[in-house]
Design a protein around this ligand. Sequence first.
Ligand code: NDP
Length: 465
Amino acid sequence: MSARPPRVVGRRGEIARVPFSVVNPATEQTIVELDEAGVDEADQAVARARAAYPAWRAVAPNDRARLLRRLAALVEEHGEELARIESQNVGKPIVGARAEVGMAADVLHFYAGAVDKHHGETIPVGGGVDLTFREPLGVVGLIVPWNFPLNISSWKLGPALACGNTVVLKPAELTPLSALRLAELVLEAGIPEGVVNVLVGPGRVVGQRLVEHPDVAKIGFTGSTEVGRGVMRGAAGTIKRVTLELGGKSANVVFADADLERAAAAAPYAVFDNAGQDCCARSRILVERSAYDRFAELLVTATGALAVGDPADDATEMGPLISADHRERVASFVDGDVLFRGDVPEGPGYWYPCTLVEATNDDRIAREEVFGPVAALIPFTDEEDAVRIANDTPYGLSGSIWTENGARALRVARALESGVLSVNSNSSVRHSTPFGGFKQSGFGRELGLNALDGYSEVKNVFVAT
Ligand code: NDP
């Protein structure tokens, strides 16, 4: 165990090089300048993780669980500080950031508790005894996007460490600050130096290096489908394990027999939370034609009531987008029948208004992931039509079904090609339940006990008796 300060690659004065600015998207002001890591630093981070691996995998399960619990407790203890870091760096409302930090702590507690519950079995065979073991993989590379930096880091870090792996965590260059603080808390918790390494550098350089590095056994990736495709290709050279959590174009399916008031009140949060920068965003709102006009009216009212503004304000429900480039991309989607466009604050910040567009499922806005506060309203005729439209997308991550008919809810849930669904709710993630996509939304499951399978190998041993 070490009480020394963290060796965080990317910190000024450490072993990194090119300086770059980390910006607050709500003010466009620089929060801090960091130095960017390159291929050499990526190799050094992998070497440190590799050196730390034998000792970490040998830590007794109880002790590993204790260390993870300490880390979870430190995340709770520093909850307000971490939430402020995340809110400033991502531009997300502080109330949402607090909830995300709370979830990160829950995730770490969950995997601390899982360390000694994820085990092998004995299998009846002839001539002896057959045993299976859950073995760690070795060094794993964790590549995390900018939309939920701390939360998604915890989803990968928790199971990776619980299984006995060491890690190199690469946050998005736009949002490295919560991962850097987390690295300090890792050491404060008593987790040995080298077990968790944070690497701040451009994805196409250091991310790519992790993907191709012969000493990295697995990549846990969350990000765009396009980069995910490259990760899969790059991992093929070393037959690396990959978990891919990619984009989405999820449907919020509202039947005429739903509680329309409740569905319309909830729908804005299903797509405008985190300013729509959410892979689970239900950005296609499918409404049964007989209820369409009434629902659209309720939805416009509910969307207009969203509080957009200063992320530091407890009352704020939506902040700015992550960057000027991203705002330009989001704006490029809006050219159809705009049903509603909200207001945004004046002055600096990468603001984009909540926007509702009437569309068909063939329009670009309904085909591609916008990743901004823009939703497409699409009518359907009956249940069969709803399922057909909802499934008519290359993605399959999340979705919601609103109906008061229980049999229909289950029928439609079984028919939708999607990994995470909710009925009469927007909920997508809980620390104890599996999360991940069908089709081009990726494969492998995060969260819940399922994630442990992605960070371990099953070893089968036969003992002749
Ligand atoms: P990316 O897929 O580009 O980035 C995700 C992570 O991958 C970041 O850490 C990034 O690093 C890293 N990365 C980038 N290129 C490579 C590479 N060649 N090899 C390995 N790692 C790499 O997503 P963006 O942040 O650019 O967002 C673009 C779009 O992706 C969004 O508009 C949205 O559609 C989707 N997206 C989906 C997310 C989800 O939760 N499913 C999350 C984020 C984005 P760095 O940023 O430092 O270059």
